[in-house]
Ligand binder design. Structure first.
Ligand code: ADP
Ligand code: MG
Length: 358
């Protein structure tokens, strides 16, 4: 079990028996959605997939079928995108690195294509060819270690999104050099969130709360019309919140160094890497939460903006003002994009700055 799997999920029956209150305290943040209805059935599944604990909770006439279909979709995507499943399409691409083109499904192709677009847009802060770096630091095996400079130098030659080649005519993918490898860890859960959302919407339902290892998606409103609430964990004290967001039909996706890390000789090494240095990102942020209706975009950007740091993240936001951003600085200050005024309520006593671009 990794750090990510320390998961506390409390479900309580409220008045009427079908109120759900959830508290997720694991590695990134807590989600809290409460509801009260005496008429609609609700269903919940908890399961382990994509190397983390997940839960899907739905209220509505077809709740039972909706949660089961959502979970099956996550399993399907895991079989497609996992780099540790030798039968996945991603494994096929990795195995053929430096030699063959690999034909993949249109779905996998298009996710990789989107990831590449964001690599370009973030000038390499986001890079799915990061896998050899994750291996080198022991994050893939769990046997963490600090590599020496020679190892860093050599791994830098085996990463770089510009060496990930796409052939649109045949949905073919190729990693140009031997030893290259692809890791969709920073985007697969976001995509799964999009898909589960779509699938649940095909059923008769009222409210859904999807938690894919800390990537939270909420759909619908409480029976009284109120917004559902998602609390974002305070990275300095995971029992506390930075604040609470009222949301409807949105993803709240957080990346933070505190989610997965190891310590050696008094130094902390986090699982989010700076592809430029092949070392853990030296961010001036403790966490970045991206609030958006597109899960892929939220997941990618939570990682990328964390790597980029405060100044560049705010610059990026200036050009993409439809995004909601909540960032925790290392000095404890909370930075919130101005478009979340009235939507995100910062915990009392926290120092907060609302930013409005550069
Ligand atoms: P989590 O998966 O813990 O929610 P992220 O979405 O930030 O957090 O993804 C981190 C994971 O993505 C790492 O475990 C690794 O597999 C991969 N990764 C690390 N650094 C990068 C990066 N700069 N670009 C793309 N993927 C990365
Ligand atoms: Mg991410």
């Amino acid at each position: 079990m990794t750090d990510r799997t320390r998961f506390l999920f409390r479900k309580s029956a409220g008045r009427g028996g079908v109120c759900f209150v959830c508290l997720v305290l694991a590695f990134s943040f807590s989600a809290c959605a409460d509801n009260a209805s005496i008429s609609s059935p609700s269903a919940k599944v908890e399961f382990f997939a994509m190397n983390t604990l997940m839960s899907i909770e739905v209220r509505g006439a077809e709740a039972e079928a909706a949660v089961a279909a959502g979970r099956d979709e996550v399993y399907r995507l895991e079989r497609l995108l996992s780099r540790t499943d030798p039968k996945s399409e991603v494994s096929a691409i990795n195995t053929a690195a430096g030699s063959e083109w690999t034909e993949v499904s249109e779905e996998t192709f298009s996710l990789i294509q989107t990831a590449l677009l964001y690599s370009e847009e973030t000038e390499g802060a986001f890079d799915i060819t990061i896998a050899p770096v994750m291996d080198l630091w022991g994050f893939s095996s769990g046997e963490h270690r600090v590599p020496d400079d020679a190892e860093i130098g050599s791994v830098l030659e085996r990463i770089g999104y510009e060496h990930l080649l796409l052939d649109e005519t045949g949905f073919r993918v190729k990693l140009e050099n031997p030893g290259m490898s692809m890791d969709l860890g920073a985007v697969a859960k976001g995509y799964a969130g999009d898909r589960v959302k779509e699938i649940i919407k095909q059923f008769d339902f009222e409210t859904a709360l999807i938690n894919l290892g800390g990537n939270v998606t909420v759909i619908g409103r409480k029976p009284n019309g109120d917004l559902l609430r998602v609390a974002i964990t305070d990275p300095e004290n995971r029992q506390q919140y930075l604040g609470v967001l009222g949301s409807e039909d949105t993803h709240v996706i957080t990346s933070g160094g505190y989610e997965r890390f190891f310590e050696q000789d008094g130094k902390v090494y986090i699982h989010i890497m700076d592809p430029e240095t092949a070392r853990p990102a030296q961010s001036d942020l403790l966490s970045v939460s991206v609030i958006d209706s597109n899960g892929v975009r939220s997941d990618i950007l939570s990682t990328a903006l964390f790597v980029m740091g405060r100044e560049e993240a705010i610059r990026y936001w200036s050009g993409h003002r439809d995004l909601g951003l909540v960032m925790a600085k290392v000095d404890g200050e909370v930075l919130v994009s101005k478009n979340l005024l009235g939507t995100f309520r910062v915990t009392e006593g926290k120092s907060v700055t609302y930013f409005d671009g550069e």
